[in-house]
Design a protein. Structure first.
Length: 318
């Protein structure tokens, strides 16, 4: 009888053990499946026509230029050293061009002349950079290449500002820059002044080397300039930007100026955004030699994904 009692007790013990969940198993976290990132819904802003999305490859499109029949654009800091050849009719990717000998520290704008592409590696949000430069890239390295990817090398046009004496980090510094235009033998940089909401213009030789540059002009744009372009046929400059928080996006048209005193002639502004939606307009380029049509690009926000737009002077009231 004793043996039967022990056997019954053992069986009961085994049952209790098997019915009790292991604390280790109980602590295993559930598997969480993270979906692929989904772009925000496309919202149609005012005064522009949506040509197509660049979100898949240039979700932080920070500059655009039309050259040899194609749009060229790029991402900014934190991205690979790649710029993109894009179909100007629909925003589709045509070619990825990798710069192999310089990183993308903070590429903020792009411009071109007959023989070169220029990438502005001068983004300087905190005002502390001492390695500001424009990358000069010969088109001969890629212009006749039909492959989907191509590698190129660049030369550096390095510079510093004569009027910057402090490199203490500040969110309201006046030494950020996101705009470069090409005019003749020179590049012109328009600053994104976070401190006084003005822009200052600096003149930079296209010859690779090291330069110290001084502002040649300034203007109170009451906002943050993020991109620009020059039209040699009409002798006009367009600038794009926004106010604080990527609100109230605007376009400036500068005309009837003399030489490189860009703000000495007629200055017209058009507000294309509003005070509610975060539309981070970053790039602008002339789309036709007569200067009538324009391309605009933006970075991805909750308002819209990175898009390529077109507009014209009539729509903007210029």
């Amino acid at each position: 009888m004793k043996h039967y009692l022990i056997l019954i007790l053992c069986c009961l013990g085994l049952c209790l053990i098997s019915c009790t969940k292991s604390p280790e198993v109980n602590n295993i976290p559930p598997v969480v499946i993270v979906p692929d990132p989904v772009p925000p819904a496309v919202v149609q802003p005012k005064f522009v026509t949506n040509l197509g999305s660049m979100w898949a490859f240039a979700n932080e499109s920070s500059g655009v230029v039309l050259s040899d029949g194609f749009i060229y654009t790029h991402n900014d800091s934190g991205n690979p050293s790649v710029f993109f050849k894009v179909n100007p009719t629909n925003g589709n990717l045509v070619q990825r061009i990798t710069v192999t000998n310089y990183p993308n520290v903070d590429w903020e704008d792009i411009t071109a002349d007959a023989d070169y592409i220029y990438l502005g590696d001068f983004g300087n949000n905190d005002g502390i950079r001492k390695d500001l430069k424009v990358l000069k890239i010969s088109k001969a390295q890629f212009i006749n290449v039909t492959s989907e990817t191509v590698n190129v090398t660049a030369e550096a046009i390095e510079f510093s500002y004569t009027d910057q004496t402090s490199f203490i980090a500040s969110s309201t510094n006046n030494f950020d820059c996101e705009t470069v235009i090409s005019k003749g033998d020179f590049l012109y940089l328009f600053t994104k002044d976070r401190g006084d909401y003005a822009t200052r213009v600096y003149k930079l030789l296209k010859t690779p080397g090291q330069y110290t540059i001084t502002a040649i002009e300034s203007y109170n744009v009451n906002g943050l300039i993020t991109g620009g372009d020059y039209n040699a046929q009409t002798n006009e400059v367009v600038l794009i930007g926004y106010s604080s928080g990527h609100k109230n996006s605007f376009v400036y048209l500068l005309s009837n100026f003399t030489n490189d005193s860009f703000f000495s002639g007629k200055v017209v502004e058009k507000i294309i955004g509003n005070s509610i939606d975060e539309w981070q307009t970053e790039g602008i380029a002339f789309a036709t030699t007569d200067g009538n049509k324009l391309f605009i690009s933006c970075e991805t926000t909750t308002f819209t994904k990175a898009e390529l737009y077109s507009t014209d002077k009539t729509s903007l009231g210029f």
